[in-house]
Design a protein. Structure first.
Length: 294
């Protein structure tokens, strides 16, 4: 091989190495700039404080002390966590049968029905909330039907402008996010395994209990975690259907950045919420990894 060929080969390898290096830098730079760096800035700002309407750039723990010492913050925080756990439980309870039904379909119908079910995810979030308000409101579709049938004498008001309304609305909106991971988990179960169980004399319930459920529980946990995280950070739904009695932690954070204009305290509350999200995600990862190793 000539010296010129060796030189061209070496130059080509150097160019390829430089190209790979640039791609690697970009791959790490994008999430760092758009995800990690804002979180770091948020964390730093949570140690500042506001005095006379101005942000004082001195590190302090007074924002976190205010959260734990204040009478209303901690109860709302735990009530919001319980609310989001309830949303996750409801979406899994209703989402699993839907995902199981979709996964049991054969041929193209399965994916056509899945697309139909996912279409609401493409709709505007605000439009979906207004649609639910139009159904559950005092003069909504549900109350009109119940009044027309004579089931109730006056409109029901317990399903709007309270935490129950937030629970129901979030469960309806976030239901597809629970169905998708469960559907994927059920789709990965080989049909031959279920057929073999039936050939060995197992009933449909036994096949589900011993095969389908253990193999799909990871997807169920992921779906529940996904819904929990999305519900935990939501402030639009409580704002629109919660009313004065449907106050959540997300609305407190929103008020600090908006009406109160206390960004350091809002950043501290966001960091506390982020800790809960990270605990949920890490816990889900450990659970699914442990089940995968069994």
């Amino acid at each position: 091989m000539s010296a010129a060929t060796e030189t061209e080969r070496a130059a080509g390898e150097e160019g390829l190495a430089a190209y790979r290096f640039i791609l690697t830098v970009l791959a790490y730079a994008v999430p760092f700039v758009f995800i990690l760096l804002p979180l770091i800035l948020f964390l730093i700002q949570s140690f500042y404080y506001v005095e006379d309407g101005n942000i004082v750039h001195q590190l302090t723990l007074r924002n976190y002390e205010r959260f734990f010492a204040g009478r209303g913050f901690v109860p709302v925080f735990f009530n919001t966590i319980l609310l989001c756990l309830g949303v996750a439980a409801i979406t899994v309870l209703f989402g699993y049968p839907i995902a199981y039904l979709l996964a049991s379909l054969r041929g193209r119908r399965k994916y056509v029905m899945m697309v139909v079910f996912v279409v609401p995810l493409m709709m505007s979030y605000i439009i979906k909330i207004y649609a639910i308000r139009a159904i559950l409101g005092g003069n909504g579709f549900l109350n009109r039907i119940l009044l027309y049938l004579g089931v109730v004498d006056e409109p029901l008001t317990f399903l709007i402008f309270n935490l129950k309304a937030v629970l129901v609305t979030l469960s309806i909106i976030l239901l597809p996010f629970a169905v998708l991971p469960i559907f994927i988990a059920l789709e990965r179960i080989p049909r031959s395994v279920v057929d073999a169980s039936a050939d060995l004399g197992a009933s449909a319930f036994q096949s589900f209990r011993d095969i389908v459920w253990p193999l799909s529980v990871q997807g169920t946990i992921v779906g529940a975690t996904f819904v929990f995280v999305l519900a935990l950070g939501d402030f639009i739904t409580p704002q629109m259907v919660g009313g004065m009695s449907g106050f959540t932690f997300g609305r407190i954070i929103y008020s600090q950045f908006g009406f109160a204009f206390n960004w350091p305290f809002g950043a501290a509350l966001s960091v506390i919420l982020l800790v809960v999200v990270l605990v949920a995600i890490v816990g889900t990862g450990l659970i699914t990894r442990a089940r995968h190793q069994l």
